[in-house]
Design a protein. Structure first.
Length: 321
């Protein structure tokens, strides 16, 4: 896993990003984005959910013909259903059929969701978590657990939320990614929860945030400063509702402001072209005010600002573009 100041970057544009209501990518679009992400130096590319639609299943077949230099392809799925063995769960079998080196599995960690959504006893959910991870670890090189609604679960019932993480750790999970699925938590809450999870566990931690409170990037940075070694997000913040954490801003902030290594230094200049490519293929107009890469990010109009930067660009620019 990550070592020193290296932060793993896990891109889910091709899965979570496609859940944005105005985004639709063809198979060729997804393959082209995967090639560009690999060239950028992204560590993991989540190709989709093999059991959800034919396009995602086709991606996993076709990506094998693409020679990637660096990135590992991940298949996404959910824990086994209640009442059946992991080995008989169609969703898990389709993940294995995708034949990827990495599987990312989402599961419940908020007791309210276990009771209201799954409608099963809390103990049974712990068994489902353990069984799913243990089964996949027999067949897949690397298994990541996305702890759905972890921060809400931790807020209301920290003991149970942490017991869910302990269950997948005991099953041999490679990394536990803590998710702010509803996007409602703030940086100080994320920071405290990640710190406590680190104290309770030995497994490395990741962070996956949604932007419903417009702090997904800030929450991601807070988690890294608290010990998370993997960041999950999407290019341009595409995603359901208000979107996911924007990897373009996350990479730039962590690498340029805090000294972490996310992608090779000479690839940072590819952030803008990667951002524009994803906008173009998704048929979405670029945000001109997007941090770091937007057309207006380093544009000045006001006389006071223009006068200042003519003397010293540092007067009104936070970083050298």
């Amino acid at each position: 896993m990550a070592a020193g100041n290296k932060i793993q970057v896990y891109d889910t544009t091709l899965r979570d990003g496609c859940q944005s209501e105005d985004v639709s990518l063809t198979l060729e679009d997804k393959l082209e984005i995967a090639r560009r992400l690999d060239g950028l130096g992204i560590d993991y590319i989540e190709g989709g959910w093999p059991g959800s639609n034919e396009r995602d299943a086709a991606f996993f077949t076709n990506i094998k013909r693409v020679k990637l230099r660096h990135a590992r392809i991940a298949a996404f799925g959910a824990t086994r259903r209640a009442g059946i063995k992991a080995s008989a769960d169609r969703n898990l079998l389709l993940i294995l059929r995708a034949d990827t080196p990495v599987a990312c599995i989402v599961g419940k960690t908020w007791d309210m969701h276990v009771r209201e959504a799954l409608r099963i006893p809390l103990q049974e959910n712990l068994e489902i978590l353990y069984d799913t991870i243990a089964y996949l670890k027999k067949h897949v090189d690397e298994v990541i657990f996305d702890a759905e609604h972890f921060f809400d679960g931790y807020h209301f019932n920290p003991e149970y939320a942490l017991s869910c993480l302990k269950s997948v750790e005991d099953a041999g999970v490679d990394l536990i990614c803590l998710c702010d699925t509803n996007g409602g938590r703030l940086p100080h809450e994320v920071e405290a929860a990640v710190q406590n999870a680190r104290q309770a566990l030995h497994a490395p931690l990741g962070i996956h945030c949604h932007n419903d409170s417009e702090v997904a990037v800030a929450n991601t940075v807070a988690a890294v400063r608290s010990g998370a070694v993997q960041v999950q997000g999407t290019i341009n913040g595409f995603g359901e509702r208000c979107g996911n954490a924007n990897l373009v801003s996350i990479i730039a902030n962590l690498q340029l402001k805090l000294g972490y290594s996310c992608v090779p230094a000479d690839r940072l200049k590819m952030l803008q072209e990667t951002s524009m490519l994803v906008y173009e293929l998704a048929n979405v107009a670029p945000n001109p005010r997007q941090a770091y890469v937007g057309r207006s990010a380093f544009t000045h109009k006001a006389g006071l600002h223009v006068s200042g930067i003519q003397r010293n660009v540092k007067t009104y620019e936070h970083i050298d573009p």
